[in-house]
Design a protein around this ligand. Sequence first.
Ligand SMILES: NC(=O)c1ccc[n+]([C@@H]2O[C@H](COP(=O)([O-])OP(=O)(O)OC[C@H]3O[C@@H](n4cnc5c(N)ncnc54)[C@H](OP(=O)(O)O)[C@@H]3O)[C@@H](O)[C@H]2O)c1
Length: 258
Amino acid sequence: MGTALVTGSGIRVGRAIALELARMGYAIALHYNRSAAEAEATRQEILELGVACELFPFDLQGEPDAGRLVDQVSDRLPDLKVLVNSASTYDAATIAQTTPELLEKQFKVNFQAPFFLIRRFSERCDRGCVVNIIDNKIAFNQYPFAAYLLAKKSLAELTKLAALEFAPNLRVNGLAPGMVLPIASRSPEFLTWLTEGVPLKRSGNLDDLTHALRFLIENDFVTGQILTLDGGEAIATEGRNAPSFEAQRPSSSPPGSA
Ligand SMILES: NC(=O)c1ccc[n+]([C@@H]2O[C@H](COP(=O)([O-])OP(=O)(O)OC[C@H]3O[C@@H](n4cnc5c(N)ncnc54)[C@H](OP(=O)(O)O)[C@@H]3O)[C@@H](O)[C@H]2O)c1
């Protein structure tokens, strides 16, 4: 089956992805930065599934060329076949609030690291696939998350460019989830309110996400695609049109009724 490198896979979404790939039979290169204890616990779970798993601590913000991580993996585990870019950093800030440091951090972790990882992966892997974990927010212009969104939108564009440049050897796709695992600080009221805006009236879960990931990895005719997985949230913006203009006008009296 070969080896799969999953960035940010000690915890949460990345962890679920690593476990799914282990169930598919891949040896796992488990990358983490700060979550050392959680990464070791995930490694133990993966070993119990009967596949190899090694830990790769690496700071994607501090390192100018994240491609070095691919070299470390290729030197220790055989036959690198899959790269999943899941590691991410999420900061709320409008353009007005964004400092140079914040902009750099957002672009380093969410865009530049995947860029150099994909580039080196293309050199170290003859035939394989990449999945970039993006965000359904790329469909919106939510300026309170300006730097995060710009970096994720850039990652979506990189997905298409890399799919073209590295075909036919590599397939490069993206997954754009809506809410699948909210951060701990979100209140139940907020989550209910958010879900009400989703056409399918529910949030996603890790099974939804790993099913979609499996599809992108197994379907050999799909490349350059971004699969949005969000219960329809990203298609829910109608924009303005003539019927909605009429509907918002004060009810006009039928002609001649005054
Ligand atoms: N959770 C959701 O509902 C949701 C929704 C939409 C999109 N997504 C996307 O799904 C992916 C995972 O989401 P998540 O919620 O699990 O993220 P998360 O809880 O914020 O975890 C972030 C991950 O990125 C790693 N990371 C952050 N900064 C790093 C750095 N400088 N160097 C190396 N690794 C770094 C962390 O590693 P350490 O902990 O080891 O430092 C951690 O594994 C992200 O790409 C996110 O944008 C998630």
